[in-house]
Design a protein around this ligand. Structure first.
Ligand SMILES: Cc1cc2nc3c(=O)[nH]c(=O)nc-3n(C[C@H](O)[C@H](O)[C@H](O)COP(=O)(O)OP(=O)(O)OC[C@H]3O[C@@H](n4cnc5c(N)ncnc54)[C@H](O)[C@@H]3O)c2cc1C
Length: 489
């Protein structure tokens, strides 16, 4: 009989790990507490509108394609996507508008004109984001940082020799201020800190590599919306013989003699030779790994920010808006002070509006749009989310009406809300954080939990709460690292 592997959770990293471990010859079963797969990457309907629950920005689609390739399947027969020509529309209250064009030459010319910034500043900045990515991606993103062999590689040597180019001793905001003179351009590039739920005033300058993913590699939209990613991979799992146990909350990871032996689900024990845990690692130590000493320092790391989202069916369409739209606050530093210190909403949030019906017609009735309206939120520490929701809804509507010159409240015909508290309940993500731990200090990458257990043989960890971090591309990379660590069946 072949070796058996269990995966706890069907988030995107759980699904990708299941596929990779299956490709190594294991018989694989995924246990998922919800009735749907995909974790934060799932979809729901309200009235005639379809909404993606969580992620909206899709970069590095090759990481999805690769999974079909493991089984000699043609990715396009499961999953199609297109590259966006305009990446994001930006709006400020003083009427300034700017669109990031996917064509870098056009972006540089337009940004230079709009913000009166010398083209050279933009060229130098984009070049530095590329350099940072090239120097560190193989080291920080594609390998375990917790294996000695990683530090003996030539990639490590290259990164060490070029340490000064990585801007580890400055914050992202300081680096952006060094390159740009116009405060709006600094703000625009500061926003990339939120891509892993961090603050630009704390996260190190190395994070200026993030724009490289979006601006050099491109932003994409799957043909049927973001849930296509998890749905098509779920189908692939089924086609290659991976079993799903839905509505199956794992209660414990069983172990004996420092070795994982299987799971307890609904009071029953199931034997497995290998266990991959996709549950948030903080919650996993608290609920599944009782009896083990939790890695205190790792689990004490600051969590990434959360979100409060209004899903609105809008009975009108707006030609100035596209798939991704940002309406900026007038005081960015104050917003992050509220997110990470005061832990409640300030009075002037940055508002993100994602509208998949701009590209996926079936997502809203004709002449209407499905708005996913998100503000960054502090993590759930027991705040009164009902009153915070009422408060921020009013501020969001005011911001939209000022920036776009409309009366959006007259056009909302369907509404659903998710808060940090409900995100935590649905995904077991501790405090409802979107990306596991924040990157608000220069050691964050080293302080994330490794992709393996140092206490139990045969136990591995994948997903946004462990190395290399949150966000869809990094979750896929965590699965790749896990499969490199799991022995062949
Ligand atoms: C509102 C929002 C916006 C986001 N925007 C973006 C974006 O634009 N781009 C981007 O790249 N990323 C974005 N992210 C982050 C991204 O969604 C996550 O990093 C990624 O989806 C996390 O995947 P994961 O595999 O780690 O786990 P999750 O998606 O958290 O899935 C974990 C799964 O494990 C299951 N589970 C937990 N405990 C148990 C148990 N005991 N038994 C059985 N099952 C269990 C859960 O039910 C869940 O299905 C966003 C997230 C949110 C919530």
């Amino acid at each position: 009989m072949g070796l058996k592997a269990a995966v706890v959770g069907s988030g995107i990293a759980g699904i990708a790990s299941a596929l990779r471990v299956r490709a190594k010859g294991y018989e694989v079963t995924i246990f998922e507490q919800n009735k749907y797969t995909g974790g934060k990457l799932h979809s729901f309907r309200r009235g005639d509108y379809r909404f993606d629950y969580g992620p909206s920005l899709f970069t590095m689609p090759q990481l999805v394609d690769e999974l079909f390739g493991l089984f000699d399947k043609n990715p396009a027969s499961y999953f199609e996507y297109k590259r966006k020509e305009t990446i994001c529309h930006y709006f400020w209250e003083d009427g300034t508008q700017f669109q990031i064009d996917a064509d870098q030459q056009k972006f540089i010319k337009e940004a230079s004109k709009t913000f009166d910034e010398p083209e050279k500043h933009l060229i130098d900045y984009l070049e530095s984001t590329r350099t940072k990515y090239d120097l560190t991606s193989r080291l920080f993103l594609e390998k375990s940082l917790h294996k000695f062999s990683t530090y003996l590689s030539s990639d490590t040597l290259k990164a060490i020799v070029s340490l000064s180019k990585l801007h580890l001793d400055q914050t992202l905001n300081e680096v952006n201020n060094k390159y740009f003179t116009h405060p709006k351009l600094v703000q625009l590039f500061n926003r990339f800190a939120t891509y892993n739920g961090s603050s630009p005033y704390k996260t190190p300058g190395i994070m200026s590599m993030i724009p490289h993913l979006e601006m050099n590699y491109g932003a994409y939209i799957p043909k049927h919306g973001m849930h296509d990613i998890s749905q098509s991979l779920t189908q692939l799992c089924k086609d290659v013989g991976i079993s799903f146990k839905m509505n199956s909350k794992v209660e414990g990871i069983n172990h004996k003699n420092n070795k994982a032996e299987g799971l307890t689900v609904n009071g029953e024990t199931h034997h497995f030779d290998t266990v991959v845990c996709n549950m948030d690692v903080y919650s996993a130590y608290n609920s599944l790994l009782k009896g083990l000493a939790p890695p205190k320092k790792t689990l004490e790391q600051e969590r990434s920010s959360s979100a409060l989202i209004f899903y609105w069916g809008i009975n009108k369409s707006f030609k100035d808006l596209d798939l991704h739209n940002i309406l900026f606050t007038e005081d960015y530093q104050n917003e992050f002070d509220h997110l990470f210190h005061k832990k409640y909403f300030g009075d002037d949030p940055t508002v993100y509006i994602n509208i998949t019906s701009k590209d996926v017609e079936a997502d809203a009735p004709e002449g209407c749009e499905n708005w996913f309206v998100m503000v960054n939120a502090p993590t759930n520490c027991g705040q009164d989310w009902k009153s915070q929701t009422t408060y921020i809804r009013e501020k969001i509507i005011a911001k939209i009406n000022t920036c776009l010159g409309i009366k959006i409240q007259d056009h909302i015909e369907v509404e659903h809300v998710e808060t940090p508290e409900t995100i935590e309940a649905a995904t077991s993500s501790f405090q409802g954080s979107l990306y596991g731990t924040s990157s608000n200090n220069k050691f964050a990458a080293f302080l994330r939990h490794p992709n393996f257990s140092s206490q139990l043989k045969n136990l591995y960890f994948c997903g946004g709460s462990v190395h290399p971090g949150g966000g869809i591309p990094l979750c896929f990379l965590s699965a790749k690292i896990v499969s490199d660590l799991v022995p062949k069946a």
